[in-house]
Design a protein around this ligand. Structure first.
Ligand code: CMP
Length: 148
């Protein structure tokens, strides 16, 4: 079992797509084991996007991600890190394959609806930025035998 962080970005919240986006992961058989709505601060944005802070697009990215509330969630499941990234699709919504979340709902490189951790190390670090151990409620759904 793996855990990954998903961040429904401000465009996802403003477009009222949070339920549909998170619903895709539930439909797949993944578990939401923590969830919260928050406004990302510039400090948190710099920590979250540490690898992008020096890139030319970072100021615009920070303005976007801090500009309106987001919904953060921890998702658990078999190979969840890879599965969730593949379900999101390519970063640029215009290039993301049809059938992926970005491919179906986004036409933007920046306003691409959701962020997901890209490795086990990133997942652990990013989950720790948004949640404490007490916030996480892992559980075994009673339908598990029908899912895997
Ligand atoms: P995300 O998966 O959250 O990881 C970094 C984010 O930076 C990415 O999604 C996009 O929202 C944004 N991003 C990446 N490349 C660019 C770019 N060239 N211009 C603007 N935003 C970008």
């Amino acid at each position: 079992m793996e855990r990954t962080l998903i961040l429904c970005k401000p465009d996802c919240v403003q477009r009222r797509l949070v339920g549909r986006v998170l619903g895709r992961f539930e439909d797949k058989g993944l578990n939401i084991i923590a969830i919260k709505m928050l406004q990302v601060t510039p400090e948190l944005a710099r920590e979250h996007y540490a690898e992008h802070v020096d890139k030319p697009f970072y100021p615009e990215l920070e303005g976007f991600i801090t500009g309106a509330p987001v919904v953060a969630a921890v998702i658990e499941g078999l190979e969840a890190i890879r599965v969730v990234r593949e379900m999101l699709g390519a970063t640029n919504g215009l290039k993301a394959a049809a059938g992926t979340i970005r491919g179906d709902f986004s036409s933007s490189q920046q306003k691409n609806l959701a962020h997901a951790s890209d490795s086990a190390e990133s997942a652990e670090r990013e989950i720790g930025l948004y949640f404490s151990a007490d916030d996480i409620c892992g559980y075994e759904p009673t339908i598990s035998p029908w899912l895997r």
